[in-house]
Design a protein around this ligand. Structure first.
Ligand code: RB5
Length: 143
């Protein structure tokens, strides 16, 4: 299950991502927001991080104008590894190396075509389980 949330700045891109992932057969839960009316990104970041921590979600996607506020908010939560990615290489690397569990996107930074490629790469790439990355994630978790 993928949980997805946005603020107003990411609302339209979020809808495109949801349609795309559902067409691909993924189960997606949209936790809001529900319009382009101005709202506060930490509220929606928390709903997605809660779902990851309680096991309702395997992965999360958070979209705001830049992706920065969402990634800052999500990474305050222990157990969350949120990656702000605006290119396909980073999306692949953060799954393989960092076992990122949330993808953050800035809807005012990337167009929808690239955003969907980044999303596909994120959801299709497995953690490498390489010993050095496991070791680094243990050190990360201990911070
Ligand atoms: C909203 O204007 C904007 O600040 C927000 O979407 C996001 O970019 C914050 O980091």
């Amino acid at each position: 299950m993928i949980y997805i949330g946005s603020d107003h700045g990411g609302y339209t891109l979020k809808l495109e991502i949801i349609d795309h992932l559902r067409e691909r057969g993924f189960e997606v839960t949209d936790i809001g927001c529900d319009s382009e009316a101005s709202c506060d990104y930490p509220i929606y970041a928390k709903k997605v991080t809660d779902a990851i921590i309680d096991g309702s979600a395997d992965k999360g996607i958070l979209v705001c104008g830049t992706g920065i506020g969402m990634s800052m908010a999500a990474n305050k939560v222990s157990g969350i590894r949120a990656a702000l990615c605006h290119d396909v290489f980073s999306a692949q690397a953060t799954r393989e190396h960092n076992n990122a569990n949330i993808l953050c996107l800035g809807a005012r930074v990337v167009g929808p075509g690239l955003a969907l490629m980044i999303v596909d790469t994120f959801v299709d790439t497995a953690f490498s389980n390489d010993e050095r990355h496991v070791r680094r994630l243990k050190l990360y978790d201990a911070l």
